[in-house]
Design a protein around this ligand. Sequence first.
Ligand SMILES: [Zn+2]
Length: 236
Amino acid sequence: MRNMDKLLSVGEACKRLGIHPNTLRRWDKEGKIRVVRLQGCKRKIPESEVGRILGTQTVPEKPSEANDLLQSFVNFVFTRCQDDQVLVKKAVMLRDGQKCTRCGGTNDLAVYPPDLKGSPSDLKTLCKSCAEEEYHKEKEEEKTEKEHKKEVIAQKEVSRMFLLEKISPSNLLQRTAFGDMLSAAISLRKFSVEQLSAASRCPPQLAALFCDRMSEKGYLRQNADGLYELLVRVIV
Ligand SMILES: [Zn+2]
């Protein structure tokens, strides 16, 4: 009945198996999964293969007592023999059954993170491709955290006088209008030129000029939705 087998795309097969396409590629190379190559090199995975793997992959869980024991062993090695990284790594691999904790693969294994930082229960055995994915994920998380920090830094305090001086309106009348728009911007926090103009009762052209000057100096940012957002805390 093989011919009746439905062929799944790589993406669909990966979704069902809960694995990354790189893992599937490796399984293919290692002969762990039967992949069909169609014309134009498009790879398809027979549905029966996914079923077979899902059926065989459910490894019976180790009794938790044995797990606890193995973890205690890792903790012991970790605290007593911290300088012997090779030994610590061996202990972690032993605990993980010499298998990748993500995909169950047995090739190219290493203990992650490589510098063994963190608590011993955070250490895990990963194959090369899973480690790369994991590392990539952490990099991304680090990046968003950094961006978040940058934003917090950007939320610095600026005095109203200093800010108005910086965006330097050319005449006294304009300066009064800029002051009004600044007050409106502070209460709105996020706004369009039109909203700012309406809230401050200043003409739209002037509101647009205000937004330009403020953005130039880094006090204001235009978001993807087109709205301006105040980046500083204005104090009296
Ligand atoms: Zn893996």
